[in-house]
Unconditional design. Structure first.
Length: 354
């Protein structure tokens, strides 16, 4: 049955975010930037210790056990931490809470594509300054009047990381705008903008457990900011759903945060594998950005990226490709285990002759 136009005109319609494929069969899965290693063993212990009888009760709406662990980890006050169901949930709430001006929100033309979806969903005006020819953010483009600013650091899908003085310069030029730094991949890169929180009341830093903490399936994200911004974020959250975090997510998340040794070792392994893969791709003639994430953004000047994408998929190797004009020649390749990356490189060697 086709819906009537009179009914359709009053229904909110958006162009949705398109997630990476989640194949159910066994494949070399390098397309959604998940961590190839399991979560901390402390997470398994935390799950085993859960009292399932307590599942009949609502979870703590303040997410206290997780908020406390994060506050201790980052040496901030508990009133400076907000927890949510993955950083997508946290970022969506940030759009709803902080981007309410008639002026356009600014974010790069090549970046996390969910930003444009949320802007459309919440009817927020936006403008997208172009990255330069090297895919870097041009900070001067963010000096103009705006209704807020958001960008990832490292950016996605380019994997380029900007140092803290770059972030601070944007903050200084936008003291009357909320600036959100989306740090989904920062643990693989360098220093976090959390260091700047106590100096800038307009800064919000978001992070996730989906990448460096190997918990994409648990859906945990968080924001750190000054207490007043966190209070505003909680007010919006409590306006439509008080119980966002499950009991399992809260307990397991706190356990993961406290296991610093495992976390750091996992990061070291991924960074080492990333750097090896970058060098192997260069030997094959690929051109790549200086990735500081858990993925690599690469193109080959003599081969069609869309064709390589399909050929790899036929061999059950999944990477990511977009048909967007500026990046259609590039593949985004998640860093997997050493064995997975060797399978990828061996496959490319059969296809490419430098």
């Amino acid at each position: 049955m086709k819906i009537r136009e009179e009914l359709l005109k009053n229904i909110r319609q958006v162009d949705p975010y398109v997630p990476g494929e989640q194949p159910q069969e066994q494949v070399v899965k390098l397309n959604t930037n998940e961590n190839p290693y399991p979560p901390s063993p402390e997470v398994k212990k935390a799950l085993a210790s859960l009292d399932t009888d307590a599942f009949r009760l609502y979870p703590d709406p303040a997410s206290s056990v997780l908020v406390k662990a994060l506050a201790e980890r980052y040496h901030v006050g508990e009133d400076q931490v907000f927890a949510g169901v993955g950083s997508d949930d946290v970022l969506s709430l940030c759009f709803l809470t902080f981007f309410n001006s008639d002026k356009p929100v600014l974010f790069p033309d090549i970046t996390y594509s969910f930003y444009k979806v949320w802007a459309q969903l919440y009817r927020i005006p936006c403008e997208c300054p172009e990255l330069d020819e090297d895919f870097r953010i041009v900070k001067e483009d963010y000096y103009r009047e705006n209704g807020g600013i958001i960008f990832p650091n490292p950016n996605a899908p380019t994997a380029i990381y900007e140092e803290l003085d770059f972030i601070e310069d944007i903050l200084e030029h936008n003291r009357n705008s909320v600036v959100i730094v989306d740090e989904a991949y920062v643990d693989f890169a360098g220093r976090s903008a959390i260091e700047l929180i106590d100096r800038y009341d307009n800064l919000i830093v978001t992070q996730t457990f989906s990448k460096s903490r190997s918990m994409a399936g648990m859906r945990i994200g968080y924001a750190i900011a000054c207490p007043e911004l966190i209070r505003c974020l909680n007010d919006v959250k409590y306006s439509f759903n008080s119980y966002t975090m499950s009991r399992a997510a809260l307990v397991c998340g706190a356990a993961a945060v406290r296991d610093t040794e495992y976390f750091e070792e996992s990061i070291r392994k991924i960074v080492k594998t990333r750097e090896w893969t970058k060098e192997e791709l260069k030997k094959l003639g690929f051109v790549l950005t200086d990735s500081k994430a858990n993925f690599i953004f690469a193109m080959h000047p003599e081969y069609d990226a869309g064709k390589l994408f399909e050929e790899l998929k036929e061999e059950r190797i999944y990477v990511r490709h977009w048909n967007d004009e500026r990046i259609e020649r590039y593949l985004r390749i998640t860093v997997g285990t050493d064995d997975e990356m060797k399978i990828l490189i061996d496959s490319l060697k059969r296809k490419i002759h430098p």
